[in-house]
Design a protein. Structure first.
Length: 134
């Protein structure tokens, strides 16, 4: 999976080559910690030229729309300008969580048609290996 770059109470971040993997290790990530985690990823993108992010959310049990909005509207906007254009997501099997993600994403896309995340290659995968390869 790569080299462990850093670890927090809520996730592990691995980086190798042009790929960064954020693996959630807790059932919920408070928004302040969520922002801190992805700001760390931004630092790795700036230093290492990472152009692909894999976000493994399988351990999450709680969906948080404000975190998702910040992630799409603010963070991904900055990442696009840094060359991080490929995003792979691995969702929990929970159908309620998946539906919340779908509805939340639809709302974000509808309200932000001009944002750069609309030009990113965002796909879903079932495993980290699949996400890295595709």
């Amino acid at each position: 999976m790569g080299n462990l770059a850093t670890e927090t109470e809520y996730c592990k971040i691995y980086c190798e080559g042009n790929v960064c993997v954020v693996e959630a290790t807790n059932s919920y990530i408070p928004i302040t910690d969520f922002k801190e985690i992805f700001n760390k990823v931004e630092g790795f993108v700036r230093k290492s030229g990472i152009n692909k992010l894999v976000f493994d959310k399988r351990q999450l049990k709680v969906f948080h729309q404000p975190s998702m909005e910040w992630y799409f509207i603010e963070w991904k906007e900055r990442m696009f300008d840094l060359g991080l254009r490929q995003h792979r997501k691995i969702l929990p099997k929970d159908p309620v969580f998946r539906e919340c993600v779908k509805l939340g994403r639809e709302k974000i896309y509808k309200l932000n048609p001009q944002k750069k995340f609309n030009m990113m290659d965002i796909q879903y995968a079932n495993t980290i290996e699949e996400a890295i390869v595709n």
